[in-house]
Ligand binder design. Structure first.
Ligand SMILES: [Zn+2]
Length: 294
């Protein structure tokens, strides 16, 4: 099996992006894996510290590895938003393919200093692990927000991106380019969409010369996502859209069979609901025709 870095290079050359989907239970893994296999495209599943705490760091690593091996399929595992070196080392030791080391809440000098140390420490555990660094402010919480935070002052610049990548030696950079974690209520129904600063992405790509991740992709305008990928985004994160679909699928499954208690008879509704969102996003990220909007 080729490694994640190879798949990122191929994606970059082909002008497509790898979809990253957060999971916090087996149902979500099943849905992501099924959608990726149907389209035959590589995929990343990610777990934040909270999601890892719930599922188990070593347990999810074993599970994803078993899927990759049994089906000989490029499904990779990312330790999303890791805020301490101890949690990063834990994920590297468990066999995660990439680690998002996120000290973006700290002043930039301190972020650079600690991220540089973390890159060295995590690569000492596993030289092939990819490390992603974070700059700028894109808010927190992949959930439904009642109001939009003012993130305009935390946008990343090409100069800052270049300096950060060169000083820390991260493999992947996550900039702030109009993206935001979570969704506004109006985005769940599709009345409003997130918009991205495409020029800024292109400028950052030229300056930083690293793989780029777009966090907080849920609720983003489809055309902006296409342009962002053309401008140099290599990985797109989707979490909140999956969580919304997970809840809707569960409510539907329970309502459809009010007396059912067998989990594997109720939960396929959740798999279907999540799989639809993942499939639609993967088609868009991989430049395939999208049959219906999200
Ligand atoms: Zn994120």
């Amino acid at each position: 099996m080729r490694c994640l870095r190879d798949f990122l290079q191929t994606a970059q050359q082909s002008g497509v992006a790898i979809g990253h989907f957060n999971i916090s239970d087996l149902v979500l893994v099943k849905a992501v894996f099924a959608a990726a296999r149907e389209l035959n495209v590589p995929v990343l599943v990610g777990l934040s510290e909270g999601e890892r705490e719930f599922v188990g760091t070593r347990q999810i690593a074993a599970f994803v590895r078993s899927l990759r091996e049994e089906f000989d399929f490029p499904i990779f595992l990312n330790a999303d938003h890791t805020h301490s070196l101890a949690k990063g080392i834990e994920a590297a030791k468990a066999g995660f393919d990439s680690i998002v080391f996120d000290l973006s809440a700290l002043p930039i000098e301190e972020n650079v200093r600690q991220t540089k140390q973390a890159v060295e420490a995590m690569k000492a555990v596993n030289p092939s692990v990819l490390v992603e660094g974070e700059i700028g402010d894109i808010g927190t919480g992949s959930e439904i927000h009642e109001s939009s935070p003012d993130l305009s002052k935390g946008l990343s610049t090409p100069e800052e991106a270049k300096q950060f990548v060169e000083s820390t030696r991260v493999d992947i950079l996550a900039p702030a380019v109009g993206n935001m974690h979570g969704m506004l209520r109006s985005m769940v129904g599709g009345e409003t969409k997130k918009r991205l600063d495409i020029e800024r992405i292109a400028g950052i790509k030229r300056a930083a010369r690293a793989f780029l991740t777009l966090h907080g992709g849920s609720g983003t305008d489809d055309e902006d996502l296409r342009k962002a990928i053309a401008a140099g985004i290599n990985i797109v994160h989707i979490n909140t859209e999956l969580r919304v679909a997970w809840r809707h699928g569960l409510e539907h499954g329970l309502a459809k069979q009010p007396d059912e208690v067998v989990p594997y008879k109720i939960l396929p509704s959740v798999v279907d609901s999540v799989k639809q969102v993942v499939g639609s996003r993967l088609q868009l990220f991989n430049g395939r025709h999208v049959a219906h909007g999200t």
